[in-house]
Write a protein that binds this ligand. Sequence first.
Ligand code: SAH
Length: 287
Amino acid sequence: MSTLLKIEFTIPEDAADAAGVFIAAKVPHGWEETPAGDNRKITLYLEDHPLAMEMVSEFEARFPEGGVTWSEQESEDWAVAWKDFFNPVNCGETFRIYPPWLEDGEENGTTHIVIEPKMAFGTGHHPTTSLCLATIGRLAGSGAIREGQEFLDLGTGSGILGIGLSKLGLTGLGLDIDPQAVVCAAENLEANGVADSMTLAVGSIDCVEPGRTFDLVVANILSGPLIEMAGEIVARVKPGGSLVLSGILADKQSNAVAEAYGRRGLGEPQRFVEGEWICLVWEHLES
Ligand code: SAH
């Protein structure tokens, strides 16, 4: 395994939420937030990779009032930190996510997804991933999605949502604008034995072949791009299909996203909240 970096951001409380949103969009897994006087300290671990340093520079440019320090972890320390951060985690009632070194193969009523924590978002530790997987489990339970159907996983990151869907017997397409994410997703597909169920490509919604539609579209991105792509995303859902959107802040952003999709003819979504995040779900679209 390569070196792990411990990165600590310090940010005044009044900018801490914005910093949290910034980090949530970049960091593949959990992080720790602790109060430090008038500041909040955000601690996270990342593989020593150019993208990690890119994120640090971007943080410094966006939050000049904040501070950042990083250090390479001693092998013993980081082995501990790594394990602490990547415990198996349940995502809804259907899925349980494991790092490869903890997967025990005993499925006991849950479907396991193995994710190697790398520089791609989606280890199951973020509420938006968990909300999406819980929704997928529920849709499968109610028969809204079924074996043999097709999905689009837009913003696939580590591939986690598409892997979950593939394990339920669907097939589909995973897209991400970040080439590094697509490399990680390909490795995770192999590790989960679903490389034949899901195709991966670098790109966004405009890369889908003309006229192709899906029984389920999941997009866990951020509210801005979800609003921008509303028309194109809705056009990719089959009549009678379902749409799951997340990466949206519950208080500040969910109405704007719901309205953008309302303008494309969709009704009110179901809303599922975890912490400050929300997942919007439309079932059986009549488009
Ligand atoms: N689906 C995973 C990862 C979500 S993170 C999960 O649920 O955990 C969001 C991912 O979307 C990132 O990997 C990011 O690179 C990608 N992304 C951001 N904007 C995008 C866009 N316009 N089209 C496709 N992918 C996008």
